[in-house]
Design a protein around this ligand. Sequence first.
Ligand SMILES: Nc1ncnc2c1ncn2[C@@H]1O[C@H](COP(=O)(O)OP(=O)(O)OP(=O)(O)O)[C@@H](O)[C@H]1O
Length: 591
Amino acid sequence: MDARRTFQVDLAGLVDLLSHHLYASPRVYVRELLQNAVDAITARRLAEPGAPGSVRLETAGDGLAVTDTGVGLTEAQVHELLATIGRSSKRDDLGFARHDFLGQFGIGLLSCFLVAREIVVETRAAGGQTVRWTGYDDGRYLVEALDDDRPVGTTVTLVPRPGARSWFAPATVLELARLYGDQLPVDVTVDGTPTTGAVVGAPWDAAGVRAWTAYAERTMGLTPFDVIPLSVPEAGLTGAAFVLPQLVNPAHRGGHRVYLKHMLLAESAEGLLPEWAFFARCVVNTSELRPTASREALYKDGLLESTREALGDQLRGWLVRLGRTDPRRLGEFLRVHHLGVKALALHDDAMLDLVATWWPMETNVGRMTLHDFRERHGVLRYTATADQFRQLAGIAAAQDLPLVNAGYTYDTEIIERLAQVDRSVRTERLDPSDLATRFEVLDPGIELGLRGFALAAQRAMDRLGCEVVLRAFEPATVPALYLVDRETAFRQELRSTRDKVDPVWSDVLSALDDRRADTRPQLVLNHRNALVRRVTVLPTADLVELAVEALYGQALLLGYHPIRPADAALLNRSFLGLLDRAVPTDPEDGA
Ligand SMILES: Nc1ncnc2c1ncn2[C@@H]1O[C@H](COP(=O)(O)OP(=O)(O)OP(=O)(O)O)[C@@H](O)[C@H]1O
């Protein structure tokens, strides 16, 4: 005996699955109905090219009727296609989706049960009799032959579920039909109002910038900085990328408006552009990319990947072209989107060149591009933090050292990458302690005369692990500089972090620390500065200490160095000490 049986399907359970796990919202029911109507018209036109193509949605009573001029179904087809979940007429003999059609899974009609308790399909195929199929949400269905002579086509009528009536409000149906179907190549009306064609269409093939701009304003509420036409023939894709007029957060990946065979798939699809292209939003129509079963996103496959690359190339091409033909406009673009372009430059030579040629950077000899800086000054000398630039820009300029502020995001990497890509590019990261080697040493006679001062000053600074050096440098207005080499600065920061974190991290950080490698930070006093010269001849060691401590504190603050507790205590002491000496004592006050 053959023990094989057929699965039973619990329709209520399946509808629940669809509504809670497959579709994001019941609103997709309008899309599925439109899609079936359009596919039926396509099927009819395959045999009868001049056949009418219209879809009428009518919100009579509290339900909805959708009438199409498509192929219709024979009674046998009704039994086969409507009564079997997962059966579709839109797949070929091998079970692949047929290219002409939108549907493929054989579950679309089921989605109507998200909002309807009853679905009635009245349909007539050419040469056949009208058939009425009534499906109930408990899984029963009824098929009857009708004796009427309606034109070839189908009317699907939905009887709302209690609680789902709002999905059938005329304004809602109109809005949804427009949303999903405004690009369909057939006439769709909702209660007589057209929703397709020139009224709200996208200018797919007209492709004029003005038409696209108007489209972007209408659908995305933005006036693009520019419109880049897109085309990827292997994906049957055409459309446009809108360059955003404002800065967007790179972490917030914007979605794209994707139409699949002219039916809206998603208003915010991801994965169509490479991540770096966050300055653009697309609207595209594709015939070859595949939808996920919920039809709300693109299926991630090799074709999507190669399409993404091709679209990335088209955006990159636009940027490079703009650099060649309209640098002023490229400048405007970069002012808004430089972060994205710089991120791109880390991997892409054309973008690297674009940034080096067109992006003006802050330098201590005025704003200029890296390209111009190199032409004028040879070596790309830079500081890796903006604080260091602020501290050293003026001093370096006075020593004739042109300096780029590479403290902004990606700038250091970009400069270093320039040297990797082109061996003739020389770069140099300025180490503050190297700067001291460019300062003039004092005349040995003068130096000898200041020995007493130097000893007292060094005594004051020993407590802070700092070495006092006397030099002469420009600008003379700067009395003192606190210079610490890069490695030591790093370890100092590590130590101050370690003091603040919990023991586990503290141990990890200790392992990175090697005090023996520390070089002592230097307090460089400027003998060209009049105040410093006066300090060097102060009569007592006490006063020298106070004054040197004050100069130290000022140099720390000026250089944006971190203030440790010991520094704060010292600043306090020297400030109050100096104040005490500056303010006359009150004769009345015994103290
Ligand atoms: N308006 C219609 N006119 C003619 N045939 C229809 C109509 N609506 C549905 N059908 C038939 O019913 C079948 C099942 O429809 P259903 O919407 O469930 O799945 P599908 O459109 O094939 O695939 P998908 O789940 O991807 O939408 C279709 O393949 C089609 O043959």
